[in-house]
Ligand binder design. Structure first.
Ligand SMILES: [Zn+2]
Length: 289
């Protein structure tokens, strides 16, 4: 069997430093104190920066997670026979901005002119006043509401903090960082426009009153964060930046950042124990990390 190799055309010269994928949020938060605190957090997190490991590390991680390498030994991830896993055209979709399975990270950025269709305001409790970030694509907004409502039946009260983030907003954030800290620091610590997964309209940062409605790693230890970790996939979301996968994803552990992939794919990714990047590689998709 043949495997059509494809080359990445969108690879950018990008920082490999770890940073908080959701932290560039000063536009959402007019308070200079909050902004400053987030920047402090980013800098602190960046101190733990490591260079991404090579593919050997990925393979090791996959092995440790019990992945079945034989799934893709024929090199055809979209083959109709794939041990019951989701039938996906991942090979094409990971580079299609409007696809639910699009890959967005520091190597694969979204185009400047990409604005998702069907952005709607989420119908769940929100934290911040900025109308832009209360938006998600319709299907993701519906799934989010279903997830929040289901959580509430178990006494779990979730809050939505930051969803859609436009390219232009990302430009403003980057420029703000340059103005405040200089271009060199911005290049090291601030995400470049187009690199935020929030631009897909498929992402929401969720939090709880138990962590003061903030985006903090502590959320992962709360009852609410644990519930999200264990149940989000059933509604089509994954925790995008896993603990221990920093070298792969390029971001620190973010138990609050959930990414919509659809229930079938999200469940498969969840059950794999892999980061989305690793999962795609495991499915035979030739991505660069
Ligand atoms: Zn986020």
């Amino acid at each position: 069997m043949t495997f059509k190799k494809w080359m990445v055309t969108t690879s950018l010269v990008s920082s490999v430093l770890l940073l908080n994928a959701c932290g560039q949020t000063s536009e959402e938060e007019p308070s200079p104190d909050e902004t400053a605190q987030e920047e402090v957090n980013q800098n602190e997190e960046s101190q733990t920066t490591e260079e991404p490991d090579d593919e050997d590390q990925i393979e090791n991680d996959e092995d440790s997670n019990g992945s079945n390498a034989s799934d893709n030994e024929d090199g055809e991830p979209s083959d109709s026979v794939d041990n019951g896993r989701p039938q996906l055209d991942l090979e094409e979709d990971v580079l299609e901005p409007a696809s639910f399975s699009v890959l967005v990270n520091k190597q694969y950025s979204l185009p400047e002119d990409y604005v998702p269709d069907n952005l709607v305001t989420v119908e769940v409790p929100t934290v911040l006043p900025n109308p832009e970030i209360k938006q998600m694509r319709q299907v993701a907004a519906d799934a989010l509401k279903e997830m929040f409502d289901t959580a509430e039946t178990s006494g779990i009260i979730l809050h939505a903090r930051s969803g859609y983030r436009s390219y232009q907003t990302q430009v403003q954030l980057f420029n703000n960082y340059v103005n405040n800290h200089g271009e060199e620091a911005a290049n090291k610590y601030s995400a470049r426009p187009g690199e935020s997964e929030h631009q897909t309209g498929l992402v929401m940062d969720v939090t709880s009153e138990s962590v003061g409605l903030q985006l903090t790693e502590e959320f992962g230890n709360t009852e609410e964060g644990t519930w999200v970790r264990d149940n989000a996939h059933e509604f089509g979301f994954i925790i995008r930046y896993l603990e221990g996968k920093e070298d792969i994803t390029g971001y620190v552990f973010e138990p609050w950042h959930i990414r919509y992939l659809g229930p079938e794919l999200a469940t498969d990714v969840y059950e794999s124990g892999l980061s989305y990047e690793e999962y795609l590689i495991d499915r035979g998709i030739n991505i660069e990390i």
